[in-house]
Design a protein around this ligand. Structure first.
Ligand code: EPZ
Length: 416
């Protein structure tokens, strides 16, 4: 198993480019199953989560090809309808093929999904919505099976603005008979991205980005070509690393609107940020930051995926800040690892009280999930001495060649 070895203390300098959005791609790839044509996606990041989603599509019979950052999917040859546990357990997003499979083939069977252990991550919202669209669903032996001769449009109210449930139901509704309204829908940019891609394929959807999404069912979808939006969480991670290491870094290929909550919070910490018209943000940090409170919320609030990296920032700031995690019920696994590096954090339920310390010290730590890994990389780059991070395969899920890209701006980080 690979690990990172980081010697902290370098001031980073230079420009780091944000890659295509992992979470957008993990919705766009299942959407290709709805089409009998050819779909082409540009700026797809080379990530293990993307690799496993491509394996899922291949297993279902789609023709899949990835050259560089371009992915081509031919959806016409679907022969299989079942995603086995060996594949489904690899990523959470494997559950997003259920809606498309029921819509396209009349039935689909998916083992319960895997993904980062950040909470129970049930699928009740997905299943309740699919039932309201006319699917019959059975759950047994760790599998979910759904079938419907023809899905029919309906009015659906989500209890929670779940990103995955919104995406699954959008994809099921596009081939349903009649109209569907999804209320309390997730407003994340990745949901807007999915609407844009599906409409390019011939779907009739509007309202993504708001909490009400209207879908008018059509008979079939064609192929489409699409460039994936930049990854807003990768952008936020790089901005946070630059602030934590008091560096001078330009983060390029950012959609400014998608990172507004993160930029606002960084400014509250006292981060010096310049925003340029050409989709670049420059962090020039020399002074120590001051701790402020943070609360994760569904978009457009402060993103839960930035909670762990921000915990590192709070640990290095003056004063006390409280981080409230309102989206996932068990997403503080990085706290114990940061404590091994000298952080002073007390977890009280879904809140963590973080008291800034003068500096962190290098230690051997373990990444427990993707964003916890990013937090530990930020901590290692800012700490005094050497940090070794095990569990780099978690980081590979969401950050392509992270060590290489950080070395290019002066980070002393190697992969063993
Ligand atoms: C997506 O996960 C992202 N993953 C997550 O990013 C992100 O943290 C999350 O949205 C929230 O923004 C992908 O897009 C592949 P949810 P998803 O359904 O769709 C509960 C990362 O690090 N819930 O919005 O699984 C759930 O338990 C990953 O890139 C139900 O209760 O998130 C959670 O507490 C981590 N029932 C909350 O809603 C359901 O049926 C948010 O989940 C579905 C969800």
């Amino acid at each position: 198993m690979s690990r990172y070895v980081i010697r902290g203390g370098n001031r980073l300098e230079g420009t780091i480019r944000v890659n295509g959005s992992k979470n957008a791609v993990l919705a766009l790839l299942p959407a290709c199953l709805l089409s009998e044509g050819t779909c082409v996606l540009h700026d797809v990041p080379k990530l293990s989560d993307v690799y496993w989603m491509l394996q899922v599509l291949k297993h279902l019979g789609a023709d899949v090809d990835m050259r560089g950052s371009v992915v081509t999917v031919e959806g016409k040859g679907i022969t299989q309808n079942e995603v086995p546990n060996s594949l489904a357990c690899r990523i959470r997003a494997s559950n997003l093929v259920l809606g498309p499979m029921i819509a396209r083939c009349g039935w689909g069977k998916v083992a319960y999904p895997g993904g980062c252990s950040i909470g129970s991550r049930p699928m009740d919202e997905h299943l309740r919505g699919l039932k309201q669209l006319g699917a019959s669903l059975t759950e047994k032996h760790g599998f979910i099976e759904g079938s419907a001769k023809q899905l029919t449009g309906n009015e659906i109210y989500l209890d929670f603005p779940s990103v995955g449930a919104t995406e699954n139901l959008m994809m099921a509704a596009v081939l349903a008979q009649g109209n569907t309204l999804i209320h309390n829908a997730a407003r994340e940019p990745e949901v807007v991205e999915l609407q844009n891609f599906l409409c390019a394929m011939g779907a009739k959807i509007k309202g993504a980005g708001t909490s009400g999404i209207a879908v008018e069912g059509v008979r079939s979808l064609g192929g489409a070509e699409h460039r994936v939006i930049p990854d807003r969480i990768e952008a936020g991670t790089f901005l946070t690393i630059a602030a934590a290491t008091r560096s001078d870094v330009v983060v390029s290929n950012v959609i400014l609107e998608h990172v507004e909550a993160v930029v606002a919070k960084l400014r509250e910490f006292g981060t010096k940020l310049n925003i340029y018209e050409n989709n670049e943000i420059r962090v020039r940090q020399t002074k120590r930051l001051r701790g402020v409170d943070c609360k994760t919320m569904p978009y457009p609030g402060f993103p839960t995926d930035m909670q762990a990296p921000f915990m590192t920032l709070m640990s290095l700031a003056d004063g006390v800040g409280v981080m409230s995690e309102t989206v996932f019920e068990n997403r503080f696994k990085h706290v114990d690892e940061l404590a091994r590096m000298g952080a002073n954090i007390r977890v009280e339920g879904r809140a963590a009280v973080v008291k800034g310390v003068k500096s962190l010290s290098g230690a051997c730590v373990m990444a427990s999930d993707l964003r916890a890994g990013a937090a530990l990389v930020a901590a290692g780059l800012a700490a005094e001495g050497i940090t070794e991070i095990d569990g780099v395969h978690y980081i590979d899920r969401g950050y392509e060649a992270l060590d290489h890209r950080l070395r290019e701006i002066g980070g002393d980080i190697v992969r063993i």
